[in-house]
Design a binder for this molecule. Structure first.
Ligand code: NAD
Ligand code: UFG
Length: 377
């Protein structure tokens, strides 16, 4: 792995060759983050070569060092990391021009997976301009850079948050897009931007992937989710209670119209999600231009208390809970209809809730303070 810092190279490139030139040369924005790092690993294991562009505003380069280690990369040939911002044309150009391409078949970036963005709902209410700037402005800058560099294949990280308060039952992609917070608005606007671009000139291959609730970690426990500060989301909060960093979980409402009164979500193992991205980019690389919109979820709903019990079982630790008030903006139940992704990509989730908890616990136990942990090296 080589890291190109904003100011220059940290280590010199070793452009060793990749003989499997049918494999693609891809740009991953936000590839050091939770979903990006797991996807980078899956893509490297599939033989692709990657340039990661990340400003490390919510991640650490350590995640990518571990990705390189897990992928068994013995040199810098297939992973180049560019420290930079998706809102900067110069940083994007550096990424498009960076190494990691097969030496015997030099070619430019053939596809982009765009993870970089901000994702905290509460923060988006406080700082909407930042969300529009990074999530919408950053996507616009990226698309402009793609046009400059002749690349028209893009997988975009969208979110089930677009569905707002959905009707009961599994949610198909045809459900109304009606976001209820600035984060959701920014994702809806970026989706629309991509549809407008695809409609304005021929040749774009775009997949807008709407994730449900990504959780868990790589089974090695070497990479996982590392939220800064108090976690906003249920799974990392439960993990931190189990490992002793927090005393108890506050359950946001015990009076929802669900079987046990707690909120129901569609939890998807991050490795299943990563494999969904591989299926999506493979599809874009091999099919005619198209604009896809796909839910990535399991189709199974689990309540807060079910997840707590599954985590206790996997970890052998107790997770004390207290039922509190509902959180503003929450829906009772959000579960995907993932059938379109199965038809179009031939992809479906394979991992159970028990595996999600086992792997999430492997990460949390080995890295109690995330990538900053003194015991995590
Ligand atoms: P993450 O915060 O772990 O990863 C995002 C990465 O983007 C981080 O490495 C961060 O440093 C980087 N980044 C942020 N702003 C940047 C910028 N201006 N320039 C360059 N890099 C920048 O988040 P994640 O959970 O991996 O999510 C990835 C994507 O998936 C996001 O777009 C998010 O909105 C979307 N998504 C996440 C979830 C979820 O629950 N995790 C659900 C639905 C959609
Ligand atoms: N919950 C608690 N206590 C907590 C945290 C959450 O009881 O401390 C409950 C919530 O009320 C909800 C469930 O756990 O019923 C899941 O909540 P999360 O915050 O983990 O996830 P959300 O479904 O609310 O939202 C997440 C992301 C969104 C994204 C959405 C769909 O935060 O950005 O999944 O992908 F859009």
């Amino acid at each position: 792995m080589q890291i190109l810092e904003a100011t220059g190279p940290r280590s010199l490139a070793n452009f060793a060759s990749c003989w499997l030139c049918a494999l693609a040369h891809l740009l991953i924005t936000g590839g050091a983050g939770f979903i990006g790092s797991h996807t980078a690993l899956v893509l490297l294991e599939a033989g692709h070569s990657l340039v990661v562009l990340d400003n490390f505003s919510n991640s650490s380069p350590e995640s990518l060092r571990r990705v390189a280690e897990l992928a068994g990369l013995s040199d810098a040939s297939r992973l180049t990391v560019v420290e930079g911002d998706i809102r900067s044309a110069a940083d994007l150009d550096r990424a498009f021009n960076a190494g990691a391409r097969p030496a015997l078949a030099p070619k430019s970036i053939e596809g982009v997976i765009h993870f970089a963005g901000l994702k905290a709902v509460g923060e988006s209410v406080q700082e909407p301009l930042r969300y529009w700037d990074v999530n919408v402005g950053g996507s616009r800058s990226l698309v402009e850079a793609m046009r400059r560099h002749g690349c028209r294949r893009l997988v975009f990280s969208s979110s089930a948050t677009l569905y707002g308060y959905p009707e009961a039952g599994p949610i198909p992609e045809t459900a109304p897009v009606q976001p209820i917070n600035p984060y959701g608005h920014s994702k809806a606007a970026a989706e629309q931007l991509l549809a407008d671009v695809a409609g304005s000139e021929p040749g774009w291959h775009i997949a807008r992937l709407r994730y449900f609730n990504p959780v868990g970690a790589h089974p090695s426990g070497r990479i996982g989710e590392d939220p800064g500060g108090t976690p906003n989301n249920l799974f990392p909060f439960i993990s931190q209670v189990a490992v002793g960093r927090r005393p108890q979980l506050q359950v946001f409402g015990g009076d929802w119209p669900t079987a046990d009164g707690t909120g129901v979500r569609d939890y998807i193992h991050v490795m299943d999600l990563a494999e969904g991205h591989r299926a999506a980019i493979d599809r874009l690389l091999s099919h005619a231009p198209e604009l896809l919109t796909l839910n990535l979820g399991s189709g199974q709903g689990h309540s807060v208390l079910e997840l707590v019990r599954a985590f206790e079982q996997a970890s052998g630790c107790s997770v004390p809970t207290a039922i509190g008030a509902r959180r503003e903006g929450d829906a009772a139940s959000t579960v995907a209809d993932p059938s379109r992704a199965a038809t179009v990509l031939g992809w479906r989730t394979r991992r159970s809730l028990a595996e999600i908890c086992r792997d999430g616990w492997a990460w949390q136990r080995a890295n109690p303070q995330g990538y900053g942990s003194p015991t995590s090296a």
